[in-house]
Design a protein around this ligand. Sequence first.
Ligand SMILES: C[S@@+](CC[C@H](N)C(=O)[O-])C[C@H]1O[C@@H](n2cnc3c(N)ncnc32)[C@H](O)[C@@H]1O
Length: 426
Amino acid sequence: MFLSSLQSWLSKAPNYTIFRVNKLANFDCNILQKFLEVQSKELNSSAIPKISFVKPDCIVIEQWPEGTAVERSSSEVIVDTMCGAAVLRGSHIYAPGVLGLPTNCKLDEKVDIYADLDGQCKRGLKLKYDGSKLYVGTGQLKMLRYELFDNEIQAYGVAIHMLLPASRLPVINETVCPKGQLLLQNFPSIVAGWVVDAKPYEHILDMCAAPGNKTTHLAEMSDNKALIMALDKTEQKVAKIKQTCETQGVTCVKAFVFDSRKCHSDEITDLKCPPFPSNTFDKVLLDAPCSGLGQRPQLKESKMSPKMLQSYKFVQRKLFGAAVRVLKVGGKLVYSTCTITVNENEGMVTWALENFPCIQLIPAEPFYGGPGLPDVGLSDDQRIMVQRFGPEEDSLRKVEDLSQNTIGFFIASFIKVSDHKINSGE
Ligand SMILES: C[S@@+](CC[C@H](N)C(=O)[O-])C[C@H]1O[C@@H](n2cnc3c(N)ncnc32)[C@H](O)[C@@H]1O
């Protein structure tokens, strides 16, 4: 019921493009300005999208002004819904996302892009697609059919250079600046880093770290001086964390392939690698694996079964228990998800407070998101301490459009006030 009431909001793209600025690099905002000025000429727009800073490490770029448009084309290209969603957020189109392309299209020709909402379009379709489809933008063709649909070779690279998505967000990514200066990141993910508030020389554990976007944020805000342990459960994902650190010039992170549910053990006294003994870390970030239902835009309704939806809380609880144990008394635990369900968010807070008398909920400051939902187990005093990013209006805390028109996200912050062993009998 709650999910279906959010469906219209979830089906739309956020209204802003957000970059995190790497504090360790010398970023020059003029590069962004100039890039958009060039695009404004291509789009015949008299103004460029507004650029502003929320903090020195967070840039917000707004949509092209209302009325900005490109001439539509009669040639229709069909892409899958994942690709369509990326287009609406300002991405070019890469070869694997293209499903249908008319035979007579020429290189550099203008094409209209449609996302296949039914999932019925066959790869390589030549005819006009008559299934349910959504216009997502207009671009210029950069690859021909024989390059895209050759069965022998997997095509890669930009197939369509986007001019303007239907969302009117700028077509932009981190490659406009020298490597490592900027990172495209959702606004609430940046806020989660601010809530952790990493400081030099703190011992910090990032329990579910891949691809390392929050890890590198923590490292950068500590001036590359915190001691950060980043865990994720597969080798491939940990390789990605290491790569993100390298790109961002971060050297204070040690990344390990590890199941964080088991990251606590008092049989071990080595602080250099997991598992870690009780009371090791000043701060722990648990950016938990979740149902991911806060992603926007979602062009197809989620097909997750109620049973599947209920299943995430079990792994989240195990991870939370381990987080509490390795956190020092006086230390801070930040819990976040990129989903909207109550049981993974407010429900987790209620469960955590009931099961760990050694922790207390504290304000997840700085506040940008709204309060937690009412009538789902948290008192008003507790609701106001967490951040929920979504379309809800709540008089307990008003939020700006930037926080209402982003992805669905949740952040809660806890302090450990006593040793977990005292009440639990461990
Ligand atoms: C929400 S994503 C993390 C995103 C990351 N914090 C960032 O900002 O770049 C959740 C991650 O949890 C990892 N994960 C899931 N179960 C895990 C476990 N038991 N131990 C460690 N990592 C786990 C997944 O592989 C996934 O990379």
